[in-house]
Design a protein around this ligand. Structure first.
Ligand SMILES: [Zn+2]
Length: 362
């Protein structure tokens, strides 16, 4: 009996108990969580490079401390070794104290020994502007904020490689912000029988941001549930897991996978039979493939399973999101007989193996 028949709108007698199969209820608009991976990147709050800021002296005076005003608006110089930014070596960005224009990245900061924060390159070629300064009987290049005109310091040609420049800045003209990284989320795709069940199991894990039910492993583009469920495609019901690797590792996801069902069952899972219910792990690269193979060897050597593991390893392939009514199916249909008799027992049996990975204590 195929899973497709199993979920057709009628009653079937299966393995000794009655299960009222699903009648494909009206779609619930819960398929989009709006959650998307963000690349790890600098968070720069203000790059409106061309939007110059012009204020009167009275306005700047009302906004700045007296010391800042003296430095940035009256071309002052702070005493050497007087500002704590001399000793800041954390990753981050130095902004203009007056207008928050990004001026220098910490990667370009170096120890000049002068007692002033020193950099060999501005954050962006449009961060600062240079003008000739003939004050104090010297010819120097003054560095000011390209956005608001704040005096920052001077640039000299005795800096380190690769530019050979030393941007000698007043700490009072800067505002440091530590690096803020957004978490880089990863995706992993697994197939192990009914995606309703597998989705619910992976949804229970801490560090998992989203699980989407869909189809993968086959050649046919944009398959439907009916096509896959009937066994007429080369796809398998699958789930795409979006997770935060700083909270849950890929090896922990593998542990979950191998305890979420029976990884020895060939071309099926539980009461559902057919290649559309086969077990597959989709790997992203050869290192991940080796990791999976190594874990499978460990499991086999442990003698935990009485039969050989039957899990297909496939390189990353297109994942086709299933129809919206299949998303979060178990939660949306907790009174469905298949959910009651198959999904929930499977879920309860699975989570006993990894209580430490659960979002909530069961
Ligand atoms: Zn500025």
């Amino acid at each position: 009996m195929t899973w497709f028949l199993f979920r057709s709108p009628s009653w079937f007698f299966v393995t000794g108990f009655f299960i009222a199969a699903c009648t494909h209820p009206v779609a619930t608009p819960t398929d989009e969580t709006g959650f998307r991976a963000s690349p790890a990147t600098w968070v720069v709050h203000d790059t409106t490079w061309t939007e110059n800021i012009r204020r009167t002296n009275a306005e700047w005076k009302s906004l700045l401390s007296a010391a800042q005003y003296r430095i940035t608006r009256e071309h002052g110089t702070e005493p050497p070794f007087s500002h704590p930014y001399n000793k800041v070596h954390e990753k981050g960005i130095f902004y203009c104290a007056d207008c928050e224009n990004p001026l220098f990245a910490s990667e370009t900061k170096f120890e000049s020994g002068t007692g002033w924060p020193s950099f060999w390159k501005p954050y962006h070629r449009r961060s600062v502007k240079l003008t000739e300064d003939r004050s104090l009987g010297m010819v120097r290049e003054e560095v000011s904020c390209a956005r608001c005109g704040a005096h920052l310091g001077h640039v000299f040609d005795d800096g380190p490689a690769p530019t050979g420049l030393r941007y000698c800045m007043n700490g009072l003209s800067l505002k440091f912000q530590k690096e803020m990284l957004t978490t880089k989320l990863e995706k992993a795709v697994f197939a192990q029988g009914c995606f309703w069940c597998v989705e619910e199991i992976f949804e229970s894990l801490k560090g998992v941001k989203d699980v989407v039910s869909g189809y993968a492993g086959g050649a046919e583009p944009n398959p439907t549930y009916e096509e896959v469920g009937s066994g007429n495609t080369t796809h398998a019901e699958s789930v795409e897991v979006t997770y935060d690797p700083s909270v849950i590792s890929y090896s922990q996801l593998l542990k979950v996978f191998f305890h979420a069902g029976d990884p020895t069952q060939v071309n099926g899972q539980g009461p559902d039979w057919g290649t559309q219910y086969r077990s597959i792990i989709f790997y992203k690269n050869t290192a991940q493939k080796s990791q999976i193979e190594s874990y499978m060897q460990q499991l086999t050597a442990s003698g935990k399973f009485k039969k050989p593991l039957s899990v297909q390893l496939l390189p990353e392939m297109p994942f086709y999101k299933a129809e919206s009514y299949h998303q979060d199916y178990v939660r949306q249909h907790s009174d469905n007989p298949y959910v009651i008799n198959v999904s929930i027992p499977r879920y309860r049996n699975a989570i006993r193996h990894f209580p430490e990975l659960l979002r909530h204590v069961p």
